[in-house]
Design a binder for this molecule. Structure first.
Ligand code: AMP
Length: 287
């Protein structure tokens, strides 16, 4: 496994692998790797024969006042974790100067328009433009054929799918389901910030999305009623503070009032003190 910091070196390794007829896979991460990330890496290994994991805490996707400075940076442990599962060819860990050589904020960005108006986008100013702009740079540096992203960040995934199709990157975007702890809590690098009392109550997020799925299965189609149920479940945890609970069309990410046949996303964000957690589920309504 090679550790690469420079874009030019990354491109040279990618081109050499492609020349050998290899199919290139990329798993973009911000490091502090956990079981969720490693599941994405395993998926990439199934779908590609040369796998790069990028580790880059991207400054442009943190809004002012968010946890950019405090975000865990654990490169050595991350490299060890990737070594131990095997099958990863490259860890691409560029510096901020390498990724943004003309300084911050960058001039060349990719806008997200309406896809960033709801869910997390309504609360995280500039976050998704930061994501599209860094993933574009990672695609150009790593030149993958496929890239794996987690359903945990469902809005990010929908935006990146649209961006990749619209800009004609020719990269297949692969969706990996949410990896959870035994009690349902979606695994996240931010879970480590929870104190024991908060950790105990954190499964309210997964309980809320599971409750929506169950109600939809039993015929509920009224979005206000489904959102109300999510809000009530979160309110049952005294340490939880709901930021949003929303149901949107899974493609265009716009709110709906009733569920017609189609695909939707039920998602929420909850604060435990300063720690912000998210969860979601996809809802499929058959014809
Ligand atoms: P991050 O390092 O948090 O930016 O995440 C890197 C990638 O891992 C993103 O595509 C995330 O959606 C994905 N990811 C993080 N946590 C999970 C999880 N619990 N289950 C599935 N994918 C995840």
């Amino acid at each position: 496994m090679e550790l690469i910091h420079a874009i030019a070196a990354m491109q040279a390794v990618a081109d050499a692998a492609r020349d050998k007829g290899k199919r290139l896979g990329l798993v973009p991460t911000m490091g502090a790797l956990h079981r969720g990330h490693l599941a994405l890496v395993r998926e990439a290994k199934k779908k590609a024969d040369h796998v790069t994991v990028s580790i880059f805490v991207n400054p442009t996707q943190f809004a002012p006042g968010e946890d950019y400075e405090e975000y865990p940076r654990t490169l050595e442990a991350d490299v060890e974790a990737l070594e131990s599962i095997g099958g990863v060819d490259v860890v691409f860990a560029p510096s901020a100067e390498e990724m943004y050589p003309f300084g911050l904020p960058p001039f060349a960005t990719v806008g997200v328009r309406d896809l960033g108006r709801h869910l997390c986008g309504a609360f995280r100013e500039g976050h998704f433009e930061g994501v599209t702009s860094v993933v574009t740079r990672l695609f150009l540096a790593c030149r993958p054929d496929i890239a794996v992203f987690g359903q945990k960040d469902a809005q990010q995934l929908a935006i990146l799918k649209r961006m990749t199709a619209e800009l004609g990157f020719g990269i297949e975007i692969i969706r990996h389901p949410i990896v959870r702890e035994e009690d349902g809590l979606a695994i996240s690098s931010r879970n480590r910030y929870l104190n024991p009392a908060e950790r105990k109550q954190a499964p309210v997020l997964s309980q809320a999305v599971r409750s929506v799925s169950k109600q939809v299965e039993t015929g509920e189609r009224d979005v206000a009623a489904l959102i109300d149920a999510m809000q009530q479940i979160v309110a049952s945890a005294p340490l939880a503070r709901l930021q949003y609970a929303e149901i949107v069309d899974a493609e265009n990410l716009q709110p709906v009032e009733t569920l017609q046949p189609g695909r939707y996303l039920a998602a929420l964000a909850v604060f435990f003190d300063g720690t912000r957690l998210i969860d979601n589920t996809t809802l499929e309504i058959a014809q």
